[in-house]
Design a protein around this ligand. Structure first.
Ligand SMILES: Nc1ncnc2c1ncn2[C@@H]1O[C@H](COP(=O)(O)OP(=O)(O)OP(=O)(O)O)[C@@H](O)[C@H]1O
Ligand SMILES: [Mg+2]
Length: 592
């Protein structure tokens, strides 16, 4: 997701997104970090015990019992390290997973509060990327990142303190190569992240390619694109291998580099520390303990570079998440909100002008229309604004105050859910879920009985066809309804609207893939069953609309004519021409 504020994002500007969860799980986090500190301390004690054992051995004061006791100390410390390590992993990494879950829930619940206008500027892919990659980098920063950060600080401080306690000068000599390791790790991990991102991007392109090829398989076959699609897929596969090899090269550099630095320090310690031990400035036990501490230092040095990159990525991702969480729905309700008890279905449109959000083009140019309960038809050229009118009536996009009234109340003064609950809307593109036929019909009324579902299907003239399907109403329709014909999908969407039985029904060209006879049967069912209700039917075909009480003709965002079928035939040239064309076409189709 593109984000202009990325550059200025700092820890303080974004921390408020996650701080509530840190507060919520504070006891868990405290427990986790206490366990982590305990692990570090126990680990740091082990070289001390080794030193005591060696020094006792060297001085000849060690008894067999004493040595067994030292051994037992080490076993005990190792056991304690194991138990505490389990505790911090469970508590802190568990916290990072809980945080991930909360963030994801917060994003999805926020996106669901936004309206369609949000998706005019952001794609589903943007939101998906936020919910996967960005949430993941926050989880990494607040889990492993935080652990490595605290661990590195404790280990560095304690190991350096123990080393300095043994010999300050030797400590300085030993750590001289360490900053080189920290700096090169930082550079390499930055490259690593870049490469990793590329690998992820290529992977998501492969996934998207496979998904779209499979979901458009009919198209691929119709255009004989099988082999060219396979070739493109192979090319992507090669790119993926190439990116992975580059990633492996950097990975391969990191580990030897840390070993090399640790061994350079070791060389210095063996040379200078060995000399000190020979001279007797430090004991042999001190010398061995010093080497153990030195080994402990190389991990925190590597961790510093890695952690700072993890934190940077976490902050960038949090900033993107915060930007989305600050998005507000464009649809708002005026402060003078009204709560009528019900809706009778009187619609008044007064000089309605409308532009889509983020667009300057006026689509609806001063529409005036009064709709009473009954069936009204809308026809018009493609692009004349029919769908746009349905969308604003269904309260999907915001409209200016004083332009649409429902039972005399401005829709801006009615709660959004109230308006939507009053309207059953069948959009031009029927949305079908990958579920059973019955569940697809019962979307708006999940507790509907089988009888109610069948009644709705009968009215939408699809009941008989459903019964012929392998599992009847329990037949699964496949992704986006692939197992259904265009007309079946449309009638399923109409049955869905019939079932919820609202005072207003809007059908936007959702009968286009149905033959004229079935279409007329559906319209008859509408006129029969939706008595005293308001029904708006948009159709490209005029014939079925002849059954409606009134027809409105739209052109270029305006209403250019209205009346009964007979009056329009006489008075409107466009209407009469289209009707005659359609009549001739349907007669020739029937061979008349
Ligand atoms: N989201 C949008 N943003 C900007 N312009 C849009 C948007 N959706 C539609 N339009 C424009 O609004 C105009 C009216 O479109 P609309 O979908 O309302 O036409 P229509 O009468 O339903 O056409 P059809 O008969 O083809 O369904 C078109 O010119 C279209 O390009
Ligand atoms: Mg349309």
């Amino acid at each position: 997701m593109k984000n202009v504020s990325n550059k200025s994002a700092t820890f303080f500007s974004v921390v408020d997104v996650i701080s509530p969860y840190f507060k919520k799980y504070l006891p868990r986090l405290i427990g986790g970090f206490v366990a982590l500190i305990a692990v570090d301390l126990f680990q740091l004690l082990i070289p001390r015990v080794i030193k005591w054992a060696i020094d006792d051995l060297k001085s000849g004061s060690a008894s067999a019992e004493q040595l067994v006791l030292y051994g037992a100390y080490i076993v005990f410390l190792a056991l304690a390290v194991g138990i505490m390590r389990f505790c911090w992993r469970y508590l802190i990494l568990g916290f990072s997973r809980l945080l991930e879950m909360h963030l994801r829930n917060k994003i999805i619940s926020h996106v669901l509060t936004l309206d369609k206008a949000f998706f005019l500027k952001k794609t589903t892919g943007d939101v998906m990327a936020l919910m996967t990659n960005d949430v993941m980098s926050v989880q990494l920063a607040c889990g492993m990142g935080l652990v490595a950060f605290v661990d590195a600080i404790i280990m560095t401080t304690a190991a350096l303190a123990f080393m300095a306690y043994i010999n300050p000068k030797l400590t300085l000599i030993a750590v001289a190569p360490m900053p080189v390791l920290a700096i090169t790790t930082k550079i390499l991990t930055a490259k690593l992240h870049f490469r990793f991102k590329k690998v992820q991007e290529t992977f998501s392109r492969i996934t998207e390619f496979a998904r779209s090829s499979i979901s458009t398989i009919r198209l691929v076959k119709a255009y004989n694109q099988e082999s060219s699609q396979t070739l493109r897929f192979e090319k992507l596969g090669k790119e993926y291998v190439h990116d992975n090899l580059k990633l492996a090269t950097i990975h391969g550099l990191l580990f030897p580099l840390s070993i090399f630095t640790a061994n350079t320090s070791m060389l210095l310690v063996i040379y200078f520390g060995g000399k000190l031990a020979i001279k007797g400035t430090i004991t042999t036990g001190d010398f061995v303990a010093f080497i153990s501490y030195l080994f402990m230092l190389s991990w925190p040095m590597m961790a510093i570079g890695w952690v700072s990159n993890l934190f940077q990525r976490g902050i960038t991702s949090l900033d993107r998440i915060k930007t989305l969480l600050l998005e507000k729905p464009l649809l708002t309700v005026s402060p003078q909100v009204k709560h009528p008890s019900g809706i009778k279905g009187f619609i008044k449109i007064k000089n309605l002008r409308f532009k889509y959000p983020f667009s300057d083009r006026e689509i609806l140019k001063g529409i005036n229309l009064e709709i009473k309960p009954g069936v009204i038809g809308i026809v018009g050229k493609t692009g004349s604004g029919k769908t746009t009118l349905c969308n604003v009536l269904a309260r999907i996009y915001p409209v200016n105050p004083g332009s649409i009234f429902l039972d005399g109340i401005d829709i801006n003064e009615l709660p959004i859910e109230f308006v939507r609950k009053a309207i059953a809307y069948v959009p031009q593109e029927p949305g079908i879920f990958s579920d059973t036929i019955a569940s697809n019909i019962a979307v708006g009324k999940p507790d509907a009985t089988q009888e109610e579902i069948e009644e709705a299907a009968r009215n939408a003239a699809i009941h008989e066809e459903i019964l012929k399907m392998p599992q009847g109403y329990e037949t699964r329709v496949g992704e986006k309804g692939v197992k259904l014909s265009g007309g079946q999908k449309q009638r399923l969407a109409i049955a869905r609207a019939f079932l919820i039985n609202k005072p207003i029904l809007i059908i936007d060209d959702a009968l286009s893939a149905i033959d004229i006879e079935t279409e007329q049967n559906i319209i008859r069912a509408i006129t029969r069953h939706l008595k005293n209700k308001t029904c708006i039917i948009v159709s490209h075909r005029i014939a079925p609309l002849t059954l409606t009480n009134e027809i409105v003709v739209m052109d270029d965002g305006q209403i250019v004519a209205r009346g009964t079928h007979e009056t329009l035939l006489k008075e409107n040239h466009f209407y009469a021409t289209v009707y005659r064309h359609q009549l001739t076409f349907s007669c020739s189709e029937k061979g008349l």
